[in-house]
Design a protein around this ligand. Sequence first.
Ligand code: ZN
Length: 201
Amino acid sequence: MLVVIDDPEAVERDLGAGRLACPGCGGPLVPWGFASERELRTLGGVRRLRPRRSACPACGATHVLEPASTVARHRDAAEVIGAAWSAKVAGAGHRRIAAELDRPVSTVRRWLRRLDARAESLRTAATWWIHALDASAGPIEPAGSPLADALEAVGLAAGGAARHLGPRPAWEAVVALTGGLLACPAPRRRGGVQGGRQAVP
Ligand SMILES: [Zn+2]
């Protein structure tokens, strides 16, 4: 799987021009059909999604090109999980967040637990990008909890990416920069920075 911009025409252009690199060997990817269609639940309703598949002639691997608005193995878009994260940091409990987002309490609780477990990795990956995108960026002020610190860092990183690469929805940038948001490795497995690097904003 390779995280790409959520813009099918741009992906098609990049794929056709050999500008997307195989995550395995770095070789240029070529078009290879489509993944099966599925539903993506956004803040604004349900969207049909049919991600592009690609193949790497150099190593023989195939990779689904997942739009950065999605989170691997989740039916809800990154913006929905991001909204839950922001609400939690703002002081809301998971029941209230679930009611506001019209999602099951158990689902929201699971997202928040995962985000909590990955807060340090997310902060590390985002901080790496903040400084990669702006060498003069200063230190980040502690925001009061690991989840709040990580949210502050991913917000700054998304802002830096927008200034550098052009405006994109903030949560798309966060997925790209953190190597998948919830897929960002748990701290004990290390590699949060690597996870951020391999993604293409
Ligand atoms: Zn390859």
